[in-house]
Ligand binder design. Sequence first.
Ligand SMILES: Nc1ncnc2c1ncn2[C@@H]1O[C@H](COP(=O)(O)OP(=O)(O)OP(=O)(O)O)[C@@H](O)[C@H]1O
Ligand SMILES: [Mg+2]
Length: 194
Amino acid sequence: MLDRSLIRQDMRRQRSNLSQQQQKVAAQAASTRLFQLPWFRQCLRLGIYHPCRGELPTDAIAAKARHRGKEIYYPVLKAGGQVGLRFANADQARWRNNRYGIPEPCGRLAASPRFLDLVIVPLVAFDRRGNRLGMGGGYYDRCFAYLNQRKVWRKPRLVGWAYAFQQVEEIEAFPWDVRLDAIVTEKAVFMCCL
Ligand SMILES: Nc1ncnc2c1ncn2[C@@H]1O[C@H](COP(=O)(O)OP(=O)(O)OP(=O)(O)O)[C@@H](O)[C@H]1O
Ligand SMILES: [Mg+2]
C-alpha cells in the first residue's frame, strides 16, 4: 500500500496540471451523474465546497441546487485557529477569504452538520470502498466524526466529488477517518454504503 503522503503529492500534482477546460468538462459529466442520484434529487439542505487548486468544480451543482430551491451551505473554518468546520448558508451572503485563502460565506450557520441532508466532499484520493484522503488537516473527519458511531441513521450522506484519476486501489483507513457513502466522478458512481 502506498504511503498517504506520496499519494497526496502525486494526486495534487496531477490535479494542478489540469486546464480549466479539462476541469469544466469533467465537472459537467460528473454533475450529470450526481443529478440522477435520489440523494441529490431529494435533498433540501446541501453542503458543497468552493474548489481550489484544481479540485473538481462545483458551480454546476450550485446552479442546479439553486434552481431546484435547495438551501446551499459551504464549509467555514471555526474561529480562533481551531481545527474545525461548520457550514454556513450561502444565499445572499457576503463572502470573505479564510486563513487558507478559500472564500467562505458569512451567512447563517447550520446548527449542526446533522441539519444537512447531503454534503459534497472534496478529496485528494479515494478507493472504491469509500475510504478517502483529504488535504491532511482532519477538518472533515472531525466535523463528521459522529457518523463513525452510527450504523443505521446517517445524516448527512457524504458524497465524494472527484476526478476518475483520483481513485487508488486501496487507502489505509485510520480509526478517525470517516468513510464516504458514495463517490461521483466524470466516469462512474461508486455506492459504498450498501
Ligand atoms: N475526530 C478527530 N479527533 C481528533 N483528531 C482527529 C480527528 N479526525 C482526524 N484527526 C487528526 O487530524 C489529522 C489529519 O487526519 P487525516 O490525515 O485523516 O486528514 P484528512 O482526512 O486528509 O483531512 P480532512 O478530514 O480535512 O479532509 C490526523 O493527525 C488525525 O489524528
Ligand atoms: Mg482522514
